[in-house]
Design a protein around this ligand. Structure first.
Ligand code: GTP
Ligand code: SPV
Ligand code: MN
Length: 602
């Protein structure tokens, strides 16, 4: 029998699930997580002992840690991610599918004894507020202390959550994770245990998650993408709400008019940076509510209310600096953070490409000596900081309101060198759904595979829709149909990544994106004008505030241009994309494409 560190719970469902998993995986110990500071100290010290963590210099980054992963375990593994719906049709053409029973048989073999020699951590957590009308509970079982520590940053977890689950005998999403590396008696552990065989599996009908073989964020912190997007998107479909890969920000104008904006950009395409934007235009203020995930419901007032279910930021490190994201820098400099796959400097601090004060020497994420002359990167392009949201100076107070905030505008955006203008507005909700459904972006290092390849990434949710994407588009259309369009958010499309002929970015981005936000809110309030083009409404000449911006008027024009020839080339790609979905694609999206074609003369 395995030993438990403390009396377990009175919640029968949790108890029996934990026992069942312990019997299958056979850990040496079971640790029920409390979420206390003592527990954090104990776990981080044991991670130092196994060589997973290096404690950073407390005078620079208190209570913070450096970790380097196995070089093969650095990003989400989309090819190993499965939606095991009972019926293959419910998984749709964009996800990997396997029969749930077949998958369970394969994974039970892998899980059999997989926690031998290790401690099994039981993490009761809630995505969103514990005081929400329907708190969204989960329990993650993991054999990784790294995952446990990271979950403490990223989700509300521990004893308080467990007590609440007991009081209400709450349902929860069971989320099982193993690094897949049992230890034989006497076998020494490695700094980053993982397995070449990886499975990230969602069982949508059972609302259950099984993950095996990886310690990396989105593969292993199961409250995040697996629950709050893949499983939650299925719940949202069934219950009439939206679970989206979106940041949430609060924008206050110089006249003190407040707007709430949600924005969906694919992984590593600028959500965290926009969420914490430091406006360059005088008098405007941005406060953050979330940088990755938004759960949105239509309220009794007919408006779309959004909450961020997370409790921390799991942000892309490279490129983050005092200029691009001063608010993220302040947040991580307060400490209590974990840095993975960045470089470690001799003074016990971290560094990455794009950060100020380039060190003369550092230990690279691969453990090698690194100098500025090195032909290798010091940090993996998908290296990450994991830091508590409460440390963010510009966190909006509404973050703690379980009701969330009413969204005024939804932005879709991607990383496109050509074609897509800096900003344009959808004609209406259905057209906005069309823009979301056809969103395209160049792939990034956030997922294993080629980088820089243009692909469709609908609503920035391609890797995260837990069901048939055709049905997901229909769900978006339905939300528009069943509600008062005038009260729903207006929909915009942005592209910070358009290039000039020399390959440089046309638009300076980052803090200057406040100029685009300004145009968007003026548009919502009917204070500015747009010109109608075949693709939607772009800013009328002179309406985008470029005062004080060091940019030639022709460059601004180029950033905003709608090139009919480029768009004509886009049409067959959209057509091919839509054909994937057969009858599952809502007919109105074909109508939207026909309208676009007609307007382009294509
Ligand atoms: P995930 O956490 O993977 O979902 O990514 P994210 O969408 O939060 O992306 P993030 O804000 O971390 O940005 C990813 C990369 O894009 C970083 O290297 C940024 O420096 C870069 N980036 C963000 N905003 C801009 C921008 O406005 N212009 C340019 N050129 N680059 C940007
Ligand atoms: C993303 O890839 O969209 C992320 C990082 O936000 S992860 O949590 O690993 O999915
Ligand atoms: Mn993300």
């Amino acid at each position: 029998m395995t030993a438990t560190t403390q009396a377990p719970t009175t919640h029968e469902g949790i108890l029996s699930w934990v026992n069942e998993i312990a019997e299958m995986t056979r850990p040496d110990h079971i640790h029920w997580c409390t979420g206390s500071d003592e527990e954090w100290d104990h776990l981080t010290r044991s991670l130092e002992a196994t060589g997973t963590f290096t404690r950073l210099n407390p005078a620079i980054k208190p209570n913070s840690f450096y970790a380097a992963s196995d070089p093969t375990d650095v990003a989400r593994v989309e090819g190993r991610t499965f939606i095991c719906s009972v019926d293959e049709k419910d998984c749709g053409p964009t996800n990997n599918w396997m029969d749930p029973n077949e998958m369970k048989a394969i994974m039970r073999d892998l899980y059999d004894g997989c926690m031998r020699g290790r401690t099994m951590y039981v993490i009761p957590f809630v995505m969103g507020h514990v005081e929400a009308e329907n708190p969204m509970f989960g329990v993650e079982i993991t054999d990784s202390a790294y995952v446990t520590v990271s979950m403490r940053v990223m989700a509300r977890m521990g004893t308080e959550v467990l007590r609440k689950m007991e009081e209400t005998n709450a349902k929860f999403v069971p989320a099982l994770h193993s690094v897949g590396m049992p230890l034989e008696p006497g076998q020494a552990d490695v700094a980053w245990p993982c397995n070449d065989t990886k499975y990230i599996v969602q069982f949508p009908e059972e609302r259950m998650i099984w993950s095996y073989g990886s310690g990396y964020g989105g593969n292993a912190l199961l409250g995040k993408k697996c629950y709050a997007l893949r499983i939650a998107s299925v719940m949202a479909r069934d219950e009439g709400w939206l679970a989206e890969h979106m940041l949430i920000l609060k924008l206050t104008s110089p006249q003190n008019v407040v707007k709430y904006i949600a924005a969906a950009f694919p992984s590593a395409c600028g959500k965290t940076n926009l969420a914490m934007l430091a406006p360059t235009i005088p008098g405007w203020k941005v406060e953050t509510l979330g940088d990755d995930i938004a759960w949105m419901r239509v309220g009794e007032d007919g408006r779309l209310w959004a909450v961020n279910p997370e409790y921390g930021f799991f942000g892309v490190a490279p490129g983050t600096n005092e200029h691009t994201n001063p608010n993220a820098m302040k947040t991580i400099n307060k400490g209590n953070s974990v840095f993975t796959n960045v470089a470690l400097t001799p003074d016990g601090d971290i560094w990455w490409e794009g950060l100020e004060n380039t060190p003369e020497h550092a230990r690279s994420w691969k453990g090698e000596d690194w100098t500025p002359d090195s032909d290798q990167l010091s940090s993996h392009p998908n290296s990450r900081y994991c830091t508590p949201i409460k440390q963010c100076d510009i966190l909006a107070p509404e973050y703690d309101d379980p009701r969330g905030v009413p969204i005024d505008a939804i932005l879709f955006g991607g990383r496109r060198k050509t074609t897509i203008p800096l900003v344009f507005e959808a004609r209406d909700w259905t057209h906005g759904t069309f823009l979301g459904a056809t969103l395209s972006s160049e792939t990034t290092a956030a997922a294993v595979g080629a980088v820089g390849v243009v692909r469709r990434d609908p609503m920035a949710m391609l890797p995260f829709i837990g069901y048939n994407a055709g049905h997901y588009f229909n769900h978006w259309i339905t939300v528009g149909k069943e509600n008062d369009a005038a009260k729903l958010p207006r929909i915009f499309y942005v592209n910070w990544f358009r290039r000039d002929d020399e390959g440089g970015f046309l638009w300076p981005g980052f803090g200057e994106n406040s100029r685009v936000l300004k145009w968007i809110v003026e548009r919502i309030d009917g204070q500015t004008s747009a010109v109608e083009t075949p693709i939607g409404h772009v800013p009328a000449p002179g309406t985008l505030d470029v005062e004080g911006l060091d940019m030639a008027p022709e460059a601004v024009e180029a950033a905003l241009a709608v090139d009919v020839e480029e768009w004509k080339a886009e049409v067959p790609q959209i057509q091919e994309w839509f054909e994937k979905f057969g009858d599952d694609l809502p007919a109105v999206l074909w109508t939207e494409l026909d309208g676009l074609k007609a307007r382009l003369g294509a």
